[in-house]
Design a protein around this ligand. Sequence first.
Ligand code: FES
Length: 371
Amino acid sequence: MVTRHHVPAATPPDLYGKREQDRAMRVLNRLADGFLAAAPLLYRRRGPADGVVSADLSLTLAARTVEAADQDVVSLVLQAADGAELPAWTPGAHLDVLLPSGRLRQYSLCGDPFERNTYRIAVRRVPDGGGGSIEMHALPVGAHITVRGPRNAFAFTGAGHFGAGESGTGGTSLRFIAGGIGITPILPMVRLADRMGLDWSLIYTGRSAESLPFLGELRALGPRVTVRTDDEGGVPSAAELVGPDPDAAFYCCGPTAMSSALMAAVPPTAEFHSERFSALPVVNGTEFTVELARTGEVLTVPADRTALEVIRERLPDVPYSCQQGFCHTCEVKVLRGEVDHRDRVLTDDQRANGAMLICVSRCGGTLSLDL
Ligand code: FES
């Protein structure tokens, strides 16, 4: 009999929406073994692992394809000017894309990690989304684009599949849940699960079939893929999203309402991984104050809001991107005060030198910021 690793229902998701990590790390090692066993067939030379590379790469937009029938999603294929191999990545990874305007945006890699000479990303046009997607849609083939990464904040660690019979492992199926453009990190995971012969299923939701990118690629994977659109069946229930096996390992990317409903519905013992479209909710926050040192203005950050949100009400040009503490865009210098660092990317030296990511980090009293 398989013993499940129990996670209390009250356990909050961590920064990246995962309820547990120790088991996931064990499974990751096993998955990596299987993944890399196939790699020599396709890899002539291994590049650096994703998450390690941070230097800017100057790439060329080699192809642009409309991927949704409503024309709102395009995929962009990027490659080096000389066609050289690009740094390796794993499903769930993203690129930081530095736009010509100076905006920084993150886009999940949605191509094939075994294809080493190109990256593929996809962008949904969001007219009121701050301009980044409009800019991406306007890029012509041949344009030069600067990217950083790849980095992975949504790692695919499989399921208990490889550890059946070991203490702490249980369900062996994978349940993927994607809403709209949330399919981008999920697509390479699905392909890898299928390539490795795992037991998986995908429910792919959205307003209508016209709004869903990559439908043809997904349908080609067969009956494990369920496409469920609001215009035909209404908004799917949490039970539909969970699917037939509540003990599956869940990988979800989509609108916040969908991931929240799903997270509330899966059993507390289930392995749950998600990537959100919006800022993380504040967990265990307390009120604190922020002094904008250049003007002397003092702002109060309520327990349930982030410093970034409050500061942007006064300084709307303060830059930000991921709102999840991994892109560095919102980094500011702390002049005085003790920071409760809640990111996972700043080094000890950076923290000691006063760096703070104001989208997630907080304070118990007052901070003076170089703003
Ligand atoms: S906005 Fe990305 S780290 Fe704060």
